[in-house]
Design a protein around this ligand. Structure first.
Ligand code: KG4
Ligand code: ZN
Length: 350
């Protein structure tokens, strides 16, 4: 089965073609970063309008890359939520229309399930069960994953997400958007320790996170003065170290709490090199294994949506259009919906 996946939940238009027999056939991505940069963050209306312009050309590009035609598409998957309502509507509207026009099944996919399952697309996919650390711009969650749709929440952020902490700190430091890669680049020439930032909830008994205090501490540090470029790099290094310290400590504790020896990390922040190295080292010490998505699949992309859609459709027997929420629509397709807020734990097991 060849599934076309469409991702439009935020500021990346991603389209990909995944084949259940041959794997990922092609993918194409357009990032809106340059368009939103001057505003210091994503402008939802601009995002929606740009997705409208990009989806179909990217779909054509993907088909050309794979040497296939429209008629070779066996199913269409799109991101149903969570995300920006207008942006989601574009991908869902186009995806559902394509499925209707082609007379093939269509499915709305949970964006975080896409991230969560993306390490399964790697050459050495992790078997279930595992603990997942989901770290993106909007989410920081530890989940116990025993199968597709079998997700138990172990810990969640009480306020800002890890990616948001990177982005807001970057803004305070006068770095561009998105902040994560910018902080990481600057941190490479800095040293943590010159500035002292809190590691919120590091020693708490529970597995929840809180990053808003960190942002406030960065604000005070910037106000007190960052005299030169080296100081800026040192502060960036301390920001990265503070976030990574908390993510690593809680992930290791979550593995212990669940009694698992496998950790899967996904979401935009999983591209962070320091996080990868520190988690590799911590897992090696405790005899656990850690899996990451390929670097190209860490941030938002169409491949993870095509893949999650294929798994869900396979489980449903590809009988007709469904939403991941398990609402069958009977015939090929007769509508779609988007869910800007949609907890991952609400998904049914496949
Ligand atoms: O998963 P994603 O692409 O979009 C959401 O679903 O939110 O994640 C985007 C987030 C942003 O906050 C961005 O700053 C962060 O991932 N990010 C990073 C890195 N690359 C992206 N954070 C730290 N280090 C990176 N290398
Ligand atoms: Zn994402």
């Amino acid at each position: 089965m060849r599934v076309l996946g469409i991702e439009t939940s935020c500021d990346e238009t991603g389209v990909a073609l995944y084949c259940t027999e041959r794997g990922l056939l092609a993918q194409a991505l357009h990032s809106q970063t340059a368009m939103h940069e001057r505003y210091g963050g994503v402008v939802p209306e601009l995002a929606s309008r740009d997705h409208i312009r990009r989806v179909l050309p990217l779909a054509r590009e993907v088909l050309a890359q794979a040497g296939l035609e429209r008629g070779d598409i066996d199913a269409v998957a799109w991101t149903e939520g969570p995300g920006l309502a207008g942006a989601l509507l574009v991908g869902a509207g186009i995806g559902a229309s394509m499925a209707f026009a082609l007379g093939v099944p269509g499915i709305g996919v949970h964006h975080l399930e896409g991230h969560l399952l993306s390490p399964l697309l790697s050459a050495d996919p992790p078997p279930f069960p595992f603990v997942a650390l989901l770290v993106s711009g909007g989410h920081t969650q530890l989940m116990e994953v025993s199968g597709i749709g079998r997700y138990a929440l172990l810990g969640d952020t009480l306020d800002d997400a890890a990616g948001e902490a990177f982005d807001k700190s970057a803004q305070l430091l006068g770095l561009g958007y998105p902040g994560g890669p910018a902080i990481a680049r600057l941190a490479a020439s800095g040293r943590p320790g010159r500035y002292s930032l809190p590691r919120p909830l590091l020693h708490a008994a529970h597995l929840d996170f809180s990053f808003s205090g960190l942002k406030t501490a960065v604000m005070h540090a910037v106000r007190r003065g960052v005299p030169d470029e080296q100081a800026r790099a040192d502060l960036a290094a301390e920001v990265e170290a503070a976030i990574v310290d908390v993510l690593v400590a809680k992930s290791v504790r979550a593995l212990g709490a669940a009694g698992y020896s496998r950790l899967v990390v996904a979401g935009g922040v999983s591209a962070n090199r320091s996080l990868r190295e520190r988690l590799e080292a911590a897992c090696r010490r405790t005899g656990a294994r850690v899996h990451f998505p390929e670097l190209a699949l860490c941030s938002d992309n169409g491949a993870m949506i095509a893949f999650a859609g294929a798994l869900r459709l396979g489980a449903a027997g590809a009988a007709g259009a469904t939403s991941t929420a398990g609402v069958p629509s009977g015939r090929a397709i007769d509508g779609f919906r988007v869910r800007p807020r949609w907890p991952l734990e609400a998904l049914p097991a496949a």
